[in-house]
Structures are given as structure tokens and as C-alpha cells.
Design a binder for this molecule. Structure first.
Ligand SMILES: Nc1nc2c(c(=O)[nH]1)N[C@H]1C(S)=C(S)[C@@H](COP(=O)(O)OP(=O)(O)OC[C@H]3O[C@@H](n4cnc5c(=O)[nH]c(N)nc54)[C@H](O)[C@@H]3O)O[C@H]1N2
Ligand SMILES: Nc1nc2c(c(=O)[nH]1)N[C@H]1C(S)=C(S)[C@@H](COP(=O)(O)OP(=O)(O)OC[C@H]3O[C@@H](n4cnc5c(=O)[nH]c(N)nc54)[C@H](O)[C@@H]3O)O[C@H]1N2
Ligand code: SF4
Ligand SMILES: [Mo]
Length: 682
């Protein structure tokens, strides 16, 4: 059966599932789909292990123990749905905004994501959720400069002669791009990795610029400085296709490499050499990724970096330019799918998912609106993934909060549910997928029947709608109807049924002659929109909220990038993948370890004013001095002491987009004398 990988990964692979007697035997990459090329990552090659996992939720459950104890009793579907509808009705009668959906990208599917669910919450008038947790700052920065989530077509990286891999551990998180970069390398391309961590990817590039976290805009401005003073500029492209060049030029001339070197903690000579390479190599391309925007200045950093291709006219060549996200290049019928018209003129408040800790603890007030009384969680694991988890846990532990969780497994969040509902996996439902790393659309068809009593997210919201008395026809649409609706007028559904994917016609070099989707049609170095909003119209370097050296108590900067064999907090409960990752790890440079008497294998306490986290230390060249890498995102209950790295991260927000600042976090590390407790069973 043809399908699509549902996970939050830029590659959005096309899948083929082999089924015998109703049982899925294996999942493979579809060789006919060019971006997939028949190859899957290790995680998803084991998809059947996840689907038939002995701990898969098999029937609805109702809480019996205290919140968070994870003690449940089985309950029938009808009973569960009746009870939930009854509670939601009572809350909505006071104020529907007291109900909050909480979802993210457990599946990237348009239908099992914000399909029927969006219709339900719009009709109810529930609070809206601002889904900022991953990409909000970078997306906003890119939109200000380029006009949207647009960029190079990924396949042409294979023809580039210089590739900057910027804020991305591509081998782990963007494998299919990495294969293209390898092809370019074999054809003579130079690969440069810009990352505070010496990742697997950095090791395999020709050069690694190991800058301090949150200093990317300073680096980009210094590169511009060098392009200007050496006149490595495409004056014709600048004149015809950009806006605000004079102002940007003036700003960049304040960023001599020596100044940036101080900020970034890398040699000025390395910055000069990188500028020469970018200024003199054709075609040259940047694979920017979201790792660099999880800091206070993340939006500005994305803006500054997105200016670089226009300075040299790199966009003229199909293998030149930049790619952060391609998701704005493919169209679908959002309005028909999500039906915001069901709000019928109401304008519910918006809650930022990145501050869920604070917001669950907030009382009613005129500014905030009603206290949150009910949360419906699907496709997300906020107790593990949201920042400052101490507060997130306290919020979910409120006895007066009504929590429903739709899940495959008993995650950290599921432990706090009043009702825990078993959800279908990708092998068991219909869905439709766009990608943020290529520009194809994929259809996923169910390969097997739902496992146990699991139900699709859509069916749960359909059933709840009926019980709430929502009689609109749209609540009767089947999942296949929803798939058709989402692509209607954009893609041929018959082709999707037949081959599983469809390709949109997009020019090979979309901005060779300008034509950016900005208000001016140009690459906007200067943003009128930001200036009008009272913000800086030009990109600048904004230091982290928690800059290294600003605190004597917490002298180390901590970043928490994903571990290679997990996908955010998904797959942490898969034994075979956990065996590879072993246990929660903190990479620390020898110098910082020696100063604290820490050796590899020691259990350490990592802490700041927000909380503490225990894990194993690894004295490692992957860490630069002054920066520790706390690999994520473990389930709290599978870690050493019931917490994970988000115990330490803050709920402060980025400059643009109101995104989280996971990698803008100061800590101290201490060796712990006591032996580690064994990880608890799941
Ligand atoms: N295996 C695996 N794949 C994944 C994921 C996963 O959890 N596991 N997550 C998926 C998701 S949700 C996303 S959003 C994408 C993320 O995809 P990417 O944005 O490519 O993110 P990562 O590979 O997580 O790489 C982030 C990198 O940024 C580096 N970094 C941290 N701070 C800075 C900084 O200030 N500047 C720069 N230049 N670099 C910095 C980190 O060290 C890390 O190597 O990956 C997706 N793919
Ligand atoms: N410290 C730190 N924290 C981070 C990050 C970091 O780098 N460092 N990365 C951040 C990023 S980039 C992101 S995107 C977020 C990710 O945060 P989330 O989107 O919450 O991602 P996951 O942790 O993968 O949790 C997704 C859950 O959805 C469930 N799920 C999957 N498919 C379905 C389905 O079809 N139906 C239902 N009902 N459930 C389903 C899975 O079982 C899983 O438990 O985490 C963020 N948190
Ligand atoms: S590489 Fe990404 S899209 Fe492809 S199978 Fe793995 S997680 Fe899914
Ligand atoms: Mo993400």
C-alpha cells in the first residue's frame, strides 16, 4: 500500500507498506518518488515495531489515580465520548474559550492534524492555538525577507559547488538532503557546516564554523561586510531585485570580521575565508535549518542569512540560493479543510503553545480571558517537549483541569489525562501530506485495519461534534472526502491514488529574475512592515536572552538538539532505538569537564533557577568550550530522575514570531556522587 511518512521531518518520504493477511510486515521507501529514492531513515524503517508495540494503547481509558500517576481503568468508547462531550458542554456554556486544543506535528498530515479537529474547535469557539513551538521565528524572518516559506528546489543542491549547511544536523534530521550534498561533494563541491556542536554532519563537511549559539546574525553581517569591501557583489541583481540595499550596506559595514569574531567565538580569518568562498564560488547555496532560530534573535538571524544569496546574485542559478522551508510553495485548500468560517464572526483569544506552562497556571483576568478549564491534546507531547517543564507539569497537574489526550502510547502527557483515547497510526488511516523540504504532495492510504480499538483523530472529533449537537454537513465528511477537498483544484486526486504522490510545476530557479512574494516583489533587506510596527527595518544581531558570561552562577550555555534516533519525543519508548541512544546524555568539552572534576560516564546534575536534570556526562569534542549539548527529547519517565532537558529551558520568546528559545539557556553542571537510579519501566 502507498503512503507517506507522517513525521515532522523535511524529507516527507513516500512509503510502501507490505501487508500479508491484514498484518503490516514491513515499510520501505518508494523508489518511484524522487526525493525519497527508495530510502528511509533508521527510525521509520522500524515503523511496524512502533505500530505493533506491546505498549500501544488499545482501548479508551479513564483516570482513577491522582493526576500524573498514570493509573487508568478501561472504559468503552461511547461512555468516554459521552462523558467528554458532557464536560465540554458545561465549560463551553460558561465560555468556550476556556477550552484549548493543543496539537503539533506528531503527524504532519493535513487531515489527522488540523482537519476535522479545526472544524470542531472553530464551531465550538474554543481558544485558538498559535503553533509556534518549532519554526515561528525563522518562518517570520524568512517571510519578511523573501516573502514566504519559499526557496531553492532541494534536488538542485546536487549541482551546487559550495553548500553552507547552517544550523542543521542534516545526517540526523534531513537525510535525503544530505544524500544530495554528498552527490555535490563527489562532483567537487565544498561543504561548510555552521553549528555550535561538532555534529556527525560537521565532521563530514570540509569545514566547520563552530560559533557560539545565537550569534548567526553577527556572522552573516560580517560575511556581508567582506562581500562589500571586496566587491564580490552582483550589482545588477541588487539594483533590480532587492529593496533597502543602501541601508543594509551601511549596517553591514559596521560588522568587520574582527567584531563578529568576538561575538561568535570563531577566528576572523575563518570568517574572511568563508566570505571569499561565498563571494567567488558559483553556484553557491545555503541549506538553512531551524536549529539556528531557537534563540532570542532567531528571527533576525534568519533575515540576515536570507539576504546573502541576493548580494551575490546566487539566485540566478538553479543550484544557488537558499532553502529553509518550501512549505509556502505548495497550495492546498486550507479554508475548505479547516472551515474557519464556523467561527461565525467570533474572535477567540489565541494562546501561544510555547508558553503553555504559564498559561495553564494563569487565573482568569480581563487581559487573559477565562482560566483554561479543558485541554484536548492530539499529535503532541507537551509535558516532554514544551519549555520550562516544571511549570507545564504543574499546569497539567491541576485537579480542576479537564484533560483529554489522543495518543498511541502512554507518554508523559498521557499520564495527566482524564481520558486517554487510543489513536490510529499512519498505517491505519487516510491522510494528505505537504512537505517543508520538497514540493511534492503525498497521499497516505490505510494499509491495515485500526489496531485494537484505536480510532482516527478525525473520527473522535466527528463523534464529539455529534454529541455536542453540531449539525453542519461538514462533520459528516469522511477522511477520504477530506483528502480530496484539501487538494481540489490543485492536484489530480486520481494520480495521487495511483502513484501516491504528485509534483507541482515550479520553475527550476524561482527567483533568477526576482519575483519574490514580498509586497515589493523584491528581496526585502529593509522591511517596511517591521518598521511600521516599530521594529528594526533591517536585520541585526540580537544577543541571547541568556548570554554566556552574563551570569556567574550559570556560566555554561546549553543547547538541546535532537538525538539522531528519536524524532522529538517520538520513538523514545522503542527499545531498539533507545538501545542505540542508550541514556540521556550531556556532551561537555574537556576543559569545562576538568574544571568540574567530571569524567565520561559520570552522572551529572545540570541545573539553573528553573530546575534540574540528571543525565550521563560525555566528555566530548562535539561540545565547544563554554557550551554543553543536552541531547533531546527524552521522555521524562524514561530518564534518570523523572525529568528531561526542558526542565531547564525557559518560556522566553524570540524577537519575531513569538517562538520558543530552547537553545538560549544558561546552566551549571555538577558531578553527582550518588549512583544513578535505573530508568523506570515505561
Ligand atoms: N532524527 C531526527 N530528525 C528530525 C528531528 C528529530 O528530533 N530527530 N526533528 C525534526 C524537527 S521537529 C525539526 S524542526 C527538524 C529540525 O531540523 P534542523 O533545524 O535541521 O535541526 P537539527 O538537525 O535539530 O539541528 C539543529 C542543529 O542546530 C544547531 N544549533 C543549535 N543552536 C544553534 C545556533 O545558535 N546556531 C546555529 N548555526 N546552529 C545551532 C544544533 O547544534 C544542531 O546541530 O528536524 C526534524 N528531523
Ligand atoms: N529542548 C528542546 N525541546 C524541543 C526541541 C528541541 O530541539 N529542544 N524541539 C522542538 C520542536 S522543533 C518541535 S517540532 C517540538 C515537537 O513536539 P511534538 O510535536 O509534540 O512532537 P513529539 O514529541 O514527536 O510528539 C508527538 C506525539 O504525537 C503522537 N502522534 C503521532 N501521530 C499521531 C496521530 O496520528 N494521532 C495522535 N493522536 N497522536 C499522534 C506521537 O505518539 C507523539 O507522542 O518539540 C520542541 N521541543
Ligand atoms: S527521513 Fe524523515 S520523512 Fe523520511 S522516513 Fe525518516 S522521518 Fe520520515
Ligand atoms: Mo520541529
Amino acid at each position: 500500500m502507498l503512503g507517506a511518512c507522517p513525521h515532522d521531518c523535511p524529507d516527507t518520504c513516500a512509503l510502501i507498506t507490505t501487508v500479508r493477511d491484514g498484518v503490516a510486515l514491513k515499510v520501505q521507501g518508494n523508489p518511484a518518488h524522487r526525493p525519497t529514492d527508495g530510502v528511509l531513515c533508521t527510525k521509520v524503517s522500524r515503523y511496524t515495531e512502533r505500530t505493533y508495540h506491546p505498549e500501544r494503547l488499545m482501548h479508551p481509558m479513564r483516570r482513577v489515580g491522582p493526576k500524573g500517576s498514570g493509573r487508568f481503568e478501561p472504559v468503552g468508547w461511547d461512555q468516554a465520548l459521552d462523558d467528554i462531550a458532557h464536560r465540554l458542554k458545561a465549560i463551553a456554556a460558561r465560555d468556550p474559550q476556556a477550552v484549548l486544543p493543543y496539537s503539533y506535528a506528531g503527524t504532519m498530515g493535513l487531515v489527522q492534524g488540523e482537519g476535522m479537529a479545526a472544524r470542531f474547535f472553530h464551531r465550538l469557539g474554543a481558544s485558538l492555538l498559535d503553533r509556534t513551538i518549532c519554526a515561528a521565528a525563522g518562518a517570520e524572518g524568512l517571510t519578511q525577507t523573501l516573502g514566504g516559506k519559499v526557496g531553492m528546489k532541494v534536488e538542485f543542491f546536487a549541482e551546487s559547488k559550495l553548500i553552507l549547511i547552517w544550523g542543521s544536523n542534516s545526517i540526523a534530521s534531513n537525510l535525503h538532503f544530505w544524500r544530495l550534498a554528498q552527490q555535490a561533494k563527489r562532483d567537487g563541491a565544498r561543504l561548510v557546516c555552521i553549528d555550535p556542536r561538532r555534529t556527525e554532519t560537521a565532521e563530514k563537511c570540509h569545514e566547520h564554523v563552530q560559533l557560539r549559539p545565537g550569534t548567526d546574525a553577527a556572522l552573516a553581517l560580517a560575511l556581508m561586510h567582506e562581500l562589500i569591501v571586496n566587491d564580490w557583489l552582483d550589482h545588477d541583481y541588487l539594483a533590480r531585485h532587492t529593496l533597502g540595499w543602501e541601508a543594509l550596506r551601511e549596517r553591514a559595514l559596521r560588522w568587520a570580521p574582527e567584531r563578529a569574531a568576538q561575538v561568535c567565538g570563531v577566528p576572523a580569518a575563518q570568517i574572511r575565508a568563508l566570505a571569499r568562498a561565498w563571494g567567488t564560488t558559483r553556484p553557491a547555496a545555503i541549506r538553512l535549518n531551524y536549529g539556528m532560530q531557537r534563540v532570542r534573535g532567531g528571527g533576525n538571524a534568519a533575515r540576515a542569512i536570507a539576504c546573502l544569496p541576493a548580494l551575490t546574485g546566487a539566485w540566478r542559478h538553479r543550484a544557488g540560493g537558499l532553502l529553509l522551508s518550501s512549505s509556502g510553495m505548495v497550495r492546498f485548500n486550507r479554508a475548505a479543510l479547516q472551515r474557519a468560517d464556523l467561527l461565525a464572526g467570533r474572535q477567540p483569544r489565541t494562546i501561544n503553545m510555547s508558553t503553555i506552562g504559564d498559561d495553564l497556571l494563569r487565573p482568569s483576568s480581563p487581559a487573559f480571558g477565562p482560566r483554561v478549564e479543558a485541554v484536548i491534546v492530539y499529535n503532541s507531547n507537551p509535558v516532554a517537549v514544551a519549555p520550562e517543564s516544571g511549570k507545564v507539569v504543574r499546569g497539567f497537574a491541576r485537579e480542576d483541569l479537564f484533560t483529554v489526550v489522543l495518543e498511541h502510547f502512554r507518554t508523559d502527557t498521557a499520564d495527566y489525562a482524564d481520558y486517554l483515547l487510543p489513536a490510529t497510526t499512519q498505517l491505519e488511516h487516510w491522510d494528505l501530506h505537504l512537505s517543508y523540504g520538497h514540493t511534492d504532495v503525498l497521499l497516505n492510504r490505510p494499509a491495515i485495519a485500526p489496531v485494537g480499538q484505536s480510532r482516527t483523530n478525525t473520527e473522535v472529533f466527528r463523534q464529539l461534534a455529534r454529541r455536542m449537537g453540531f449539525t453542519e454537513d461538514c462533520f459528516a465528511d469522511s477522511d477520504e472526502d477530506l483528502c480530496r477537498l484539501a487538494v481540489d483544484g490543485h492536484f489530480d486526486f486520481e494520480l495521487l491514488l495511483a502513484q501516491g504522490f504528485a509534483t507541482q510545476a515550479i520553475p527550476d530557479a524561482p527567483f533568477a529574475e526576482g519575483g519574490f512574494p514580498t509586497p515589493s516583489g523584491r528581496c526585502e533587506f529593509f522591511s517596511e512592515r517591521l518598521a511600521r510596527a516599530g521594529l528594526d527595518g533591517l536585520p541585526d544581531h540580537l544577543p541571547n536572552h541568556e548570554t554566556a558570561g552574563s551570569s556567574t552562577r550559570y556560566p555554561l550555555a546549553m543547547i538541546s538538539p535532537p538525538a539522531r534516533n528519536f524524532l522529538n519525543s517520538t520513538f523514545v519508548n522503542l527499545q531498539s532505538l533507545r538501545d542505540i541512544e542508550r541514556e540521556p546524555l550531556l556532551e561537555i568539552h574537556a576543559q569545562d569537564a576538568a574544571a568540574r572534576g567530571i569524567a565520561t560516564g559520570d552522572v551529572v546534575r545540570v541545573f539553573n533557577d528553573r530546575g534540574e536534570y540528571r543525565c550521563k556526562a560525555e566528555v566530548s569534542t562535539r561540545a565547544r568550550p563554554g557550551v554543553v549539548n543536552g541531547l533531546g527529547i527524552w521522555w521524562r519517565k524514561l530518564g534518570l530522575q523523572g525529568t528531561n532537558v526542558n526542565e531547564l529551558t525557559s518560556q522566553k520568546l524570540t524577537d519575531l514570531g513569538r517562538g520558543p528559545v530552547f537553545y538560549d539557556c544558561l546552566v551549571e553542571v555538577q558531578a553527582v556522587a550518588a549512583p544513578a537510579t535505573a530508568p523506570a519501566a515505561a
